[in-house]
Design a protein around this ligand. Structure first.
Ligand SMILES: Cc1ncc(COP(=O)(O)O)c(C=O)c1O
Length: 288
């Protein structure tokens, strides 16, 4: 399928120039966004994504996005995209603005786009040399200032991976460039707390809720980044048994990691069980 794009109420061609060159989202990354999976022409967990969009706007000091307008745009875009769309992106920026970081009272720009997606069932992760700043002014916000993620992901891809895993500034495990992480350790799947600086992922949040209901041991806890050393074989030849790593994110859902820094690692049993649980539960409700 091709990509369908809607900007402030009108459909535009994917490569058409449709924003002001001085849109503050373009000049300084002053914007927020959401990405949802799309199944059968409907956006998954749209209400939770719109709630987080509102939280990101508040955290950025941007006006609350016009939810009714966004829902209307989403319906139009998904209707035009048809059944084969796999992902939906909602971007809201500060609109036309000054050339520097200062803001004036520009009117928000809303861009909604739908396109294909073909997530793999597993992931090849690479440990990133860079860190997430858990004390950043925009920590935990889904802003369009994603340049750090672009660079970290490009580095991971250059090293044969499809996602980068980042520590935070104090050396704890944080997240990926577009995914939360879960480590299978001590018979539990453990995901870093939001205080690590990671995004409050919707997939992570749903997995925590569904796992609690289904009796799968998944919880939040701080882990040192060095926990990942135990995944790959050491000088004695064997990686610690019972350890595994998984990613959680919209579109990819839960992906057990099968290679770390180019070294094969086993997909953990709990990671596989979490993937199965998520796939089963997400089919029960489009907007849990
Ligand atoms: C930095 C970052 N962390 C985590 C996630 C996962 O969040 P979600 O499950 O809401 O897609 C994303 C999503 O793209 C992300 O960009």
């Amino acid at each position: 399928m091709s990509i369908v794009v809607w900007v402030d109420g009108s459909f535009v061609e994917p490569r058409e120039r449709a924003l002001s060159a001085l849109d503050h989202g373009v000049t300084v990354g002053d914007g927020i966004f959401e990405t949802c999976a799309v199944y059968g022409g409907q956006a998954f967990a749209l209400t939770r994504h719109l709630r987080r969009l509102g939280r990101s706007a508040a955290g950025m000091g941007l006006p609350a996005p016009d939810e009714a307008r966004i829902r209307d745009g989403v319906a139009q875009v998904l209707a035009a995209a048809g059944e084969s769309a796999g992902r939906l992106r909602i971007t809201v920026t500060g609109g036309f603005g000054p050339m520097g970081s200062g803001r004036d009272d520009g009117e928000e720009t809303i861009v909604i786009a739908a396109g294909p997606a073909s997530p793999g069932p597993t992931s090849r992760a690479v440990r990133s040399p860079w860190v997430r700043n858990e004390r950043s002014a925009v920590a935990g916000l889904k802003t369009t200032s994603y340049a750090e993620n672009v660079v970290a992901l490009a580095d991971a891809v250059a090293r044969g991976g499809d996602e980068a895993i980042l520590a935070n500034t104090v050396g704890d495990l944080c997240e990926g460039t577009g995914a939360n992480v879960l480590v299978e350790v001590g018979g539990e799947l453990v995901t870093p707390p939001l205080s690590s600086g990671c995004l409050a992922g919707i997939t992570r949040e749903l997995l925590l809720e569904w796992a609690a209901e289904d009796g799968l041991p998944v919880r939040e806890a701080t882990l040192p980044f060095s926990v990942l050393d135990r995944l790959v074989p050491g000088p004695d030849g064997g990686a610690s048994s019972g350890l595994g790593l998984a990613l959680a994110g919209s579109v990819r859902n839960i992906q057990p990691v099968v290679s770390l820094d180019g070294v094969a690692v086993r997909a953990g049993e709990l990671s596989l069980a979490a993937r199965e649980l998520f796939d089963r539960r997400r089919r029960e409700h489009m907007d849990p």
